[in-house]
Ligand binder design. Structure first.
Ligand SMILES: Nc1ncnc2c1ncn2[C@@H]1O[C@H](COP(=O)(O)OP(=O)(O)OP(=O)(O)O)[C@@H](O)[C@H]1O
Ligand SMILES: [Zn+2]
Length: 755
């Protein structure tokens, strides 16, 4: 692969300075694996590895990163020159190592991974100057301007502006003087103020690592000391395993304080939805300043400011979603991955990487400590801890003597829900009598109930009572989900939306369409009918819109302004509501259906987390889980409150099947608009599949989600022993296959999604 005028080069040398060399290898953020050689013009010498440069690539100019010395196999005269060196701190060696490592592991082109590390290229441009105003006269009488009170106030404000601060903007002055912005313009035109360009980066408040934290319990103090020691010591991975409410956050805050005290930066990765919770507030309470946030919903301008501030070393602590791992910290000293088991750390689009695993890679490259925190750690992490590869710090008790409730199972076969009356029309119910009784009691005690149902919308399926027709997405092989409060049917995969039809689209019968099964909206309807006096809220990702909606709701719940919360997984994690004493899981079996590799593990983790929201303060909590299969090992482990037992059973099952973490999986997803081409491509891949004793290839078969956004999809799965290095095998496999045009193959190493 060769860009016009640039030559792919061999592996980069380790030398960090190559003043003597007139050529360097540059990585560019485009989806190729190769490095390209460029000539270094004399005025740019010497360049060092990590330097950010602009280079010609085809007809464009691209940002690039000097990766090493060039390969000496092209005459210097044929190389195109580097255009410019960008005036910004170089990309550090650990981040460059992460890019290479991530690309090699996921089989994504290294340039595509680099793009994640240069995600806001405009952040490298100097900040746009804004206009500030400085006073030119001591008194308005020195000008020809008419003297008004507003003008005098503004001039006064400008004269009193502290010289240590950058000159005020028109908005600053207007605010200070309590006048409209037009007054400032007038003063500038009349010569009383001078407009000056101000180039200045936004100021970021620094957290104070020396503020006192809470008094820790002996268990917490022991774990905190151990983490402080790790934060001083170089590469290590520690599993901080504490029951829900044990104070994991307070404990790892101590490790952050240690990293900050050493003048280094700290990064905390949270699953995206947990960012909406109170984490930043708690951090601010502990350290006196907020952390810098990083996630995909931030406005572009804020991302630009934060990226730039991180690169220039002005941000001590970032709390972010998985992509924060690729931020350009100059001297990262600690990474915390909170809720490390969460599958939100696995990215499925673009580069399919797992941020939890790549955090360990980043830490090794930078010789720093990683803390993996969870109440329900993943099987992978637990086995690493048991094998001694990771340190293990347990926190076995809830803080402040709060007890961990043991969930009760409500057998739906023995206690079927009774129909409720919807204005004279009997409607199906989703709440069994034992749960309803518990809710009534909780309400009488003026305590709160969380009803957990991990399904957005009103009903997951709509069907015609006359002909049985089911309303399906035109682009995907999925049912449309009714969202009654927005009056639409929606596809949760491609976001297709259509109004609810009045007649069945198939048989044209009017008023024949009926909802099937509950979503949170339908459940809330039943709750409102049964407990009309209760203050009820529905909390799902699509009912909490906007950056402050979730925080506002959390505050209302904390203040006791809500009695019953009907929520999806946005309510499952991280929250601490003192009055919440009852958690009802409406359909505990939901996540087990479909049964992929991690269905049992995910269900256990999620329901254990949800259960952990109950009884976190003085008042004891109660958890009821409705199930049709109380004997299921997951239900039994939940009822026994015994993650260890669950993981042991789960580990044995996986070991017997040679499934991860005892074996390796690589998924190949073949997709395209033409079904026969996709099917042919799947077969072509199967024909040249690698074969050996310690591996097998399953498929091709149509994917469970056989059509997604009009693309037909077939899947193959390579399953290999742990000892097999799968990446070179897959690379050769793909190179050998001849595929019809219009078909795409996506490689997913260590897949989490099997749809
Ligand atoms: N030593 C302490 N002193 C005072 N308050 C504490 C202490 N430890 C924990 N807490 C409080 O107890 C509550 C639970 O702690 P925290 O949220 O850190 O637990 P967690 O283990 O992270 O919980 P989860 O896994 O359920 O999210 C919080 O309100 C926290 O401020
Ligand atoms: Zn769709």
């Amino acid at each position: 692969m060769s860009a016009p005028g640039a030559k792919p080069s061999g592996p980069a040398a380790n030398a960090s300075l190559f003043g003597a060399s007139r050529r360097v290898a540059v990585r560019v953020p485009v989806p190729v694996d190769s490095l390209y050689d460029y000539a270094v013009p004399p005025e740019l010498e010497p360049l060092a590895a990590g330097d950010l440069v602009r280079v010609p690539l085809g007809k464009r100019v691209e940002l690039g990163v000097v990766w090493g010395e060039g390969a000496a196999d092209v005459p210097e005269t044929k190389l195109r020159p580097i255009q410019e060196r960008v005036d910004a701190p170089p990309m550090t060696q650990p981040l460059r190592d992460l890019v290479d490592w991530c690309a090699a592991y996921t089989l994504a082109p290294a340039g595509q991974v680099l793009r994640m590390a240069l995600s806001v290229p405009e952040a490298l441009d100097p900040p746009r100057p804004r206009t500030g105003y400085t006073p030119q006269v001591a008194d308005l009488a020195e000008t020809t301007l008419r003297v008004t009170e507003a003008r005098q106030k503004v001039l006064e404000a400008a004269r009193r502006w502290p010289p240590s601060e950058p000159p005020p903007t028109a908005a600053d002055l207007a605010r200070r003087a309590g006048v409209g912005a037009a007054v400032i313009k007038g003063l500038a035109q009349g010569g009383a103020l001078a407009a000056v360009p101000v180039v200045e980066d936004p100021v970021i408040a620094a957290p104070d690592p020396h503020r006192a934290g809470p008094t820790l319990s002996p268990d917490q103090a022991y774990a905190a000391d151990a983490l402080r020691a790790s934060a001083r010591a170089g590469f290590s991975v520690t599993l901080l395993e504490g029951v829900t409410g044990s104070g994991k956050t307070e404990v790892y805050f101590e490790a952050i304080a240690e990293a900050l005290a050493q003048g280094r930066q700290a990064l905390v990765l949270l699953p995206e939805i947990a960012l909406t919770a109170r984490w930043p507030d708690r951090f601010q309470q502990r350290f006196g300043a907020p952390p810098a946030p990083w996630h995909s919903d931030l406005p572009r301008a804020q991302r630009r400011d934060i990226w730039r501030a991180v690169a220039f070393g002005r941000v001590p602590v970032v709390v972010g979603a998985r992509s924060a791992l690729f931020l350009p910290f100059p001297d990262l000293g600690l990474i915390v991955v909170d809720e490390e088991h969460d599958s939100a750390f696995k990215q499925d689009e673009g580069v399919p990487y797992n941020a939890r695993d790549m955090a360990v890679v980043r830490a090794r490259a930078g010789d720093l400590a990683v803390v993996l925190a969870s109440a329900t750690p993943s099987l992978e992490t637990v086995l690493n801890a048991r094998a001694g590869r990771y340190e293990h710090l347990p926190l076995p008790e809830r803080h402040g003597g709060a007890t961990l409730p043991a969930p009760g199972l409500v057998d739906l076969r023995a206690h079927p829900p009774e129909k409720w009356d919807r204005q004279g029309v009997p409607a199906p119910s989703f709440l069994a009598p034992p749960l309803l009784d518990a809710m009534a009691e909780t309400l009488r005690n003026r305590e709160q109930t969380l009803l957990f149902l991990n399904r957005r919308g009103y009903a997951p399926l709509t069907l015609c009572r006359a002909c049985g027709h089911r309303l399906q997405c035109p682009n995907c092989s999925t049912w449309l989900v009714e969202h009654r409060h927005r009056r639409v049917l929606q596809c949760h995969h491609c976001d297709y939306r259509t109004p609810m039809p009045e007649r069945c689209p198939s048989c044209d019968t009017p008023d024949s369409l009926a909802p099937c099964g509950p979503g949170v909206e339908r459940l809330a309807e039943e709750v409102a009918a049964r407990f009309p006096q209760a203050r009820l809220v529905v909390a799902a990702s699509d009912t909490l819109i906007g950056p402050t909606a979730a925080a506002e709701l959390v505050e209302r719940i904390e203040q006791g302004a809500v009695d019953i919360i009907v929520g999806t997984q946005v309510m499952a994690k991280g929250h601490h509501f003192p009055l919440l004493t009852l958690v009802g899981v409406v359909d505990a079996d939901l996540g087990l259906a479909g049964g992929d590799l991690r269905a049992a593990e995910r269900t256990f983790q999620l329901l254990h987390q949800v259960a952990g929201r109950a009884g976190r303060a003085q008042r004891p909590g109660r958890v009821l889980m409705q199930t049709t299969d109380p004997e299921h090992p997951v239900m039994q482990a939940l009822a026994a409150n015994d993650p260890e037992r669950f993981l042991s059973v789960e580990a044995e099952t996986r070991r017997a099947l040679m499934m991860p973490p005892f074996g390796r999986l690589v998924a190949l997803i073949v997709s395209g608009l033409d079904e026969s081409a996709v099917s042919a491509a799947g077969k072509a891949l199967a024909r040249c599949a690698p074969s050996a004793e310690d591996m097998e290839v399953l498929g091709p078969a149509p994917a469970p989600l056989a059509v997604l956004r009009r693309q037909h999809r077939h899947r193959l799965l390579l399953k290999a022993a742990r000892t097999v290095r799968v990446q070179p095998l897959v690379r050769d496999w793909l190179a050998a296959a001849v595929l019809p045009p219009g078909v795409r193959v996506k490689v997913d190493v260590d897949p989490y999604a099997f749809l």
